[in-house]
Design a protein around this ligand. Structure first.
Ligand code: AMP
Ligand code: MG
Length: 400
């Protein structure tokens, strides 16, 4: 049977670059930047005043001058007013450009202004204080953000500042999520006691939405001819097909045979893991990738996070740091499978991530996903995992 490590390698070897596209910068949040962002001018673009107050020449302080004639008022955005003598100053506001004839800002709290004359109320003045110098943060042409990162609000702010109204971002693959199973009914239907409402395609769609990937969904019955016709159509339309259900040993599990009949080359079937053992992965001759997950909701959810998301990130060129947590309780698992135990995460007072196992009732217990935050990947070689040991986790929620 294929090990988790092998399955991961086989899938990551199929990572693709789907190209890039321009999008309005306000719609780029959460996408992956496909270009370096550069400063179109110095940041800040002038010597920028950082306090409301008066601008003076420091030489005046050195020569003992304490009172200054106010030559004018400079607001942010104004052309600076220059002084002609050491005993002159200008009132100046935060964000305004420093006049070249001045070099120091004394904040309003430290001056008394009456009848057009400013008197210093402090001896504590440093040359150059309260000025953010031109080009100090970034120089014109310098890179301010590098490609291959998720665009976050700071990128949006920077794009606005450097006048990039569109951003080049990585294109996302076209994905269809197909659920299978005659026992599944629509969300707005009332199931008999023998039926269930389908939830997997919504779960998968929601996870992908976090990557701004809007997938199509489709449901097909457990019937080989319809399965064949529908999957054939999808192979011509999408880059990736994610299936749930129909790949196990059941009498009505037609998916693997249909896929192989459609020239989707099987790259593996069955992974040495729990949940998700029947996982099937293959590649069509036209390059379309097919990830067929077992239908049990926890299996689909785990396989999506453990295999599809790393593939997606590799395809988009981003490298997320692996996350680890410390076990809070012992876990025993004796089957010869790599166990992905569901855990609740908590940050301890020392800032470390602690994981409390909440095993749930098997891969059909999707309610347990609401009580947990991540899958913890426990090594295959061991069967006893002790409190205090640290293992890799695959979070499916934001850790707070
Ligand atoms: P299968 O892998 O098709 O044998 O399905 C395994 C179990 O998962 C069955 O109990 C199914 O009812 C359930 N299941 C399959 N697909 C879905 C789905 N889309 N939503 C919810 N449960 C599902
Ligand atoms: Mg089924």
């Amino acid at each position: 049977m294929t090990t988790v490590k092998e399955a991961e390698e086989i899938i990551l070897a199929q990572a693709r670059d789907y190209g890039s596209e321009q999008v309005p910068f306000e719609q780029a949040l959460g996408r992956v930047l496909a270009e370096d962002l550069k400063a179109d001018r110095d940041l800040p673009p002038c010597n920028r005043v950082t306090m409301d107050g008066i601008a003076i020449k420091y030489a005046a302080v050195e020569s003992g001058i304490k009172t200054f004639v106010v030559k004018g008022i400079v607001a942010a955005g104004d052309v600076p007013i220059e002084i002609d003598a050491l005993n002159e100053c200008v009132e100046i506001m935060t964000g305004a450009a420093l006049p070249d004839t001045t070099d120091t800002i004394v904040r309003y709290e430290d001056v008394d202004i009456k009848n057009g004359v400013a008197t210093l109320c402090t001896n504590n003045i440093r040359k150059g204080q309260n000025i953010h110098y031109k080009g100090k943060d970034k120089e014109q042409g310098e890179t301010v953000a590098v490609a291959n990162e998720y665009i976050n609000p700071a990128h949006i702010s920077m794009a606005a500042s450097v006048g990039k109204s569109t951003l080049l971002v990585k294109k996302l693959p076209r994905v269809v999520i197909i659920s299978t199973g005659d026992e599944l009914v629509n969300v707005d239907e009332t199931p008999t006691p023998y039926q269930v409402r389908r939830s997997n395609s919504y779960a998968v769609k929601a996870v992908l939405q976090q990557y701004h990937l809007i997938a199509d969904t489709l449901h097909i019955p457990d019937e080989p001819t319809i399965t064949q016709i529908q999957i054939k159509e999808c192979l011509a339309t999408y880059d990736v097909i994610i299936l749930s259900g129909g790949i196990s040993m059941g009498k009505f599990d037609y998916v693997p045979q249909v896929l192989e009949g459609l020239h989707v080359e099987k790259l593996f079937h069955k992974v040495q893991q729990r949940p998700g053992k029947p996982f099937w992965f293959g590649k069509h001759e036209n390059g379309v990738l097919v990830l067929a997950f077992p239908g049990n909701p926890v299996s689909t959810f785990m396989c999506l996070h453990r295999y599809f998301l790393p593939w997606l990130e590799q395809s988009l060129g981003v490298s997320s740091k692996p996350a680890f947590a410390e076990l809070n309780e012992d876990v025993t698992f004796t089957a010869a499978l790599q166990y992905f135990v569901q855990v609740k995460l908590k940050i301890c007072k020392h800032g470390h991530l602690h994981a409390t196992p909440i095993e749930g009732h098997g891969s059909g217990d999707f309610a347990n996903l609401l009580d947990t935050d991540a899958f913890m990947e426990l090594p295959l070689e061991q069967s006893i995992f002790k409190k205090g040991e640290v293992y890799r986790i695959w979070p499916f929620k934001q850790i707070m």
